[in-house]
Design a protein around this ligand. Structure first.
Ligand SMILES: O=C(O)CCC(=O)C(=O)O
Ligand SMILES: [Fe+2]
Length: 208
């Protein structure tokens, strides 16, 4: 597998986040979108929850996506290719930054128009094992007029005017520190598809 671009690792190190539009090829993106659509038709998505363990609940005003967890044993070649890429990313981050990443969890996510995900950190307060967040946008096309931006806030939790806004462009891959980077998904004007997950420093027993 290709080495990660130097600028990508530099950005992750210095600003806590990085993105690249060329790491995942368009045919893999398209195949993953097809699989997500198929799983959606089969009724395999469910409303995402917020919180952890006892405080876990669904609240679509805060978090409006529907999700479908991937299972490492799923036979689809595109899922296996993506998981191989995530392992490559994990190994590179371990070799470069000694992060001790040991497992991964990923889900497809689907936001209907008008739904987003309010400002949050991905690392749960009482469960620090999510270290690196990874989001791949699967949308066929997306323009600034379609909304649905990912807003990445500065380390001091700066106001939204100073946040970086990334549109969920086809094949765009965003990686950020789960413990540091406050972020938000703005409501979009059309259905928004992604594959989202975390590189963890523990061995995962169950998703959530
Ligand atoms: O889809 C995105 O842009 C980010 C999703 C997100 O923040 C999450 O699922 O925790
Ligand atoms: Fe998040």
């Amino acid at each position: 597998m290709d080495t990660l671009p130097e600028g990508f690792l530099n950005d992750l190190e210095t600003q806590g986040w990085a993105y690249c539009d060329t790491l995942i090829c368009d045919s893999l993106r398209a195949q993953l979108l097809d699989i997500a659509g198929l799983f959606w038709k089969r009724g395999l998505f469910h409303a995402a929850h917020i919180g952890h363990l006892a405080t876990k609940k669904a609240d679509p005003v805060i978090r409006g996506d529907q999700i479908c967890w991937l299972d490492a044993h799923m036979p689809q070649a595109a899922i296996q290719d993506f998981l191989a890429f995530a392992t490559h990313l994990q190994n590179t981050l371990n070799a470069t930054y000694f992060l001790g990443l040991r497992s991964q969890e990923f889900h497809f996510a689907h936001y209907e128009p008008g739904f987003g995900y309010k400002k949050h950190l991905d690392q749960h307060r009482n469960n620090p094992h999510r270290k690196i967040s990874v989001v791949l946008y699967l949308n066929e096309n997306w323009t600034a007029d379609d909304g649905g931006e990912l807003c990445l806030y500065g380390p001091e939790n700066t106001p939204i005017e100073q946040a970086t806004r990334l549109i969920p462009a086809p094949g765009r891959l965003v990686v950020f520190r789960s413990d540091l980077v406050w972020h938000e998904v703005l409501p979009g004007r059309k259905p928004r598809w992604s594959l989202t997950g975390w590189l963890r420093d523990d061995f995962l027993l169950s998703n959530g």
